[in-house]
Design a protein around this ligand. Structure first.
Ligand code: NAP
Ligand code: ZN
Ligand code: ZN
Length: 347
């Protein structure tokens, strides 16, 4: 069973899909939960111009192994596992060799892609009850993490962990998180656990209590112009989780000397940036995309050790379309997670 969007912008509908027979390095997974990432909404809407329909979205997958191929060594039947945004890569380029499979030019996304390493198979994501994936792209979910809270870590968690680690969030470092949504709330928890002093920059103060509870030391509204005067030159690192941030320059003024603002939110539109915003303070504007397989495992282990899971609202499959509308409206605290058992029940 699965939920698929038949064409761009169309509501998702229940359907059945094939999964490939188990290959020697494959793991068959009984999917229990799948997170609803804002990227799913973008892609179902055809926002990025490269989507394949019908589309089964979902790349925040948590489940249990039901069968393994004869050459699988990392996973066993009964293991709690996850699958994130990619399910294959070339394994031979320097990015793959460096454990950065997410930047491999020939990586394969978990859905809406064609897997040339699997005979050109169309990939279909986690809004479904089962998946078969190569063991290299299957992660171990530590026992301390409930599966529904772990699912969003496979995209939102690693997308924020990787830049926090790369730009050395830690004690003595001031980190701002722009946008308190799926990515943002995990960025706050993870940056706080790394020891950084965290500030949330949200449009309003509506979610202030949550932000402070999640680990932020400070919380400011970006709709208040005084925020930008008060915080000018403050942050070593800013993670921007908003898609299509309109005033990049004013956010860059918040960086301390040598600071970096990392764009995580995705938009098909170009950004406007004044070079003055970068050279006054030798600041950097960067981007970052999910994380490699070894780093994703490291993130899951880090989250288990620090008791970090996503704050989730578990939904039935029949509520997926309504959940999409609520994600667009910013009406979720902080991740919808589909209980895939409710798909089977409909059969
Ligand atoms: P989300 O849960 O919807 O959160 C986005 C946040 O952006 C909202 O909570 C909101 O925070 C803020 N926002 C600012 N302007 C908004 C507006 N006009 N409408 C709605 N929200 C607005 O989304 P997400 O799942 O965290 O994903 C965020 C972005 O990251 C998406 O573009 C997604 O495609 C992208 N993404 C990128 C990667 C990557 O590898 N780089 C991975 C996953 C997702 P406040 O209410 O606090 O202002
Ligand atoms: Zn995602
Ligand atoms: Zn590669």
């Amino acid at each position: 069973m699965a939920y698929a969007a038949p064409s761009a912008g169309a509501p998702l509908q229940p359907t059945t899909i094939p999964r490939r027979p188990l290959g020697p390095n494959d793991v068959a997974i009984d999917i229990r939960y799948c997170g609803v990432c804002h990227s799913d909404v973008h892609q179902v809407n055809g926002d990025w111009g490269r989507e394949l329909f019908p589309m089964v979205p979902g790349h925040e997958i948590a489940g249990v192994v039901t069968e393994i191929g004869p050459e699988v060594t990392r996973h066993a039947v009964g293991d709690r596992v996850g699958v994130g945004v990619i399910v294959n890569s070339c394994r031979s380029c320097d990015k793959c060799a460096d454990g950065m499979e997410q930047y491999c030019a020939d990586s394969v996304e978990t859905y809406s892609d064609v897997d040339s390493y699997q005979g050109g198979e169309r990939t279909r994501g986690g809004y479904s009850t089962h998946i078969v994936a190569d063991e290299h792209f299957v992660l171990r979910i530590p026992d301390a993490l409930p599966l529904e809270q772990a699912a969003p870590l496979l995209c939102a968690g690693i997308t924020t962990y990787s830049p926090l680690k790369h730009w050395q969030a830690g004690p003595g470092r001031k980190v701002a998180v722009v946008g308190l949504g799926g990515l943002g709330h995990l960025a706050v928890k993870i940056a706080h656990a790394m020891g950084a002093e965290v500030t949330v920059l949200s449009r309003s103060l509506r979610k202030k209590d949550d932000g402070l509870r999640l680990g932020a030391a400070h919380y400011h509204a970006t709709e208040d112009p005084a925020t930008f005067e008060q915080l000018a030159g403050t942050f070593d690192l800013i993670l921007c989780t908003v898609s299509g941030l309109s005033d990049v320059d004013s956010h860059l003024t918040l960086l301390a000397n040598g600071g970096t603002m990392v764009c995580l939110g995705i938009t098909e539109e170009s950004m406007e940036v004044s070079v003055f915003s970068l050279l006054q303070g030798r600041t950097s504007l960067a981007g970052s995309q999910i994380g490699g397989m070894a780093e994703t495992q490291e993130m899951l282990d880090f989250c288990a050790e620090h008791g970090i899971g996503a704050e989730v609202e578990v939904i039935d499959a029949a509520q997926i379309n309504e959940a999409f509308e609520r994600v667009v409206a910013g009406d979720v605290r902080y991740r919808f997670v589909i209980d895939t058992a409710t798909m089977t029940a409909q059969r």
